[in-house]
Design a protein. Sequence first.
Length: 207
Amino acid sequence: MQKFDKLTGVAAPMNMINVDTDMIIPKNFLKTIKRSGLGKNLFDEMRFDREGNEKPDFVLNKPAYREAKIIVAGDNFGCGSSREHAPWALLDFGIRCVISTSFADIFYNNCFKNGILPIKVTKEQLDDLMDDAERGANATLSIDLESQTIQGPDGGKVKFEVDEFRKYLLLNGLDDIGLTLQKVDKVDSFEERQNASQPWLTVVAKV
């Protein structure tokens, strides 16, 4: 998993509440189990019409936000079904951070497991960040996970909270598998001891 320490990029304003996972990645794109390739279908029903043409009014289709790395969104982002394809699609598009006042729990957890930083802020802070994001090409935010700050285009800073363990995982680029592999020496030692003391278990396992 890619590490997350500092991020500077254009922030796209998505001033909508209850953006659910079916809006993020519609159900007809869930057949794949690959994490790559879903970015082109991110927000598909909002980005494209039935003929596949871009809707010019959708924020990510506007020239200033096509390379956005951050989304500033309304309350309850990522609600709906628990599909992990939602953070996969965001990440594949290039989104590394989503800022909102609240997130659905499963989506929030899935973001951390896929290298995306979901940041919770107050309503007042969100309003200010939404104003910053609406500046178009000048809508650049800088996020520092180590210091837990968001810096706006005018230099103003917002402090945010994040669980220390989740922060550690992102800073070190560790998902569940990566975290387990940090203990590989202990796992190997345990297996060697078990094989020596209980060799019949190895035989049963092979059968």
